[in-house]
Design a protein around this ligand. Sequence first.
Ligand SMILES: Nc1nc2c([nH]c(=O)n2[C@H]2C[C@H](O)[C@@H](COP(=O)(O)OP(=O)(O)OP(=O)(O)O)O2)c(=O)[nH]1
Length: 128
Amino acid sequence: MTKAPILVVAGVLTDGDSILITQRFDSEGGLWEFPGGKVESGEREPDALARELWEELEIRVKVGVYLTETLHHYPTKSILLRSYRCEQLEGDITLHCHQAKAWVTQSELDDYLFSDADKPLVELLKRK
Ligand SMILES: Nc1nc2c([nH]c(=O)n2[C@H]2C[C@H](O)[C@@H](COP(=O)(O)OP(=O)(O)OP(=O)(O)O)O2)c(=O)[nH]1
């Protein structure tokens, strides 16, 4: 039987022309992604995203417009990745769950290796 996909929310924060991306630890594959995480049972997606960005980056955000979703099947699990624009309200970014962060322009996104689930979002951001 196929397992239900894991619902994951990801935030796209911008500063001028730059977009924030974060890198998972090498022990987790070392790929780049958009910060966020799993939605807990009963949680609204924007609340989950705001919680994750606080836990992962120590920033308070306002979750804005929904961008896109991708259903991606990894060998051991399926992820439904739903992304939203976010606006930083408070705090200085402190990494708790990633080994690095980068602020990149649209054209620089291609220089980073993203999780497969993120590729449609990356393509969307390159066109925006
Ligand atoms: N946050 C995030 N996760 C992503 C992205 N792309 C992608 O495939 N994933 C996957 C990696 C993980 O398998 C899953 C998210 O798990 P996570 O470990 O970040 O979430 P979490 O903080 O709630 O996890 P945990 O407490 O259970 O460890 O989604 C992305 O852009 N952002």
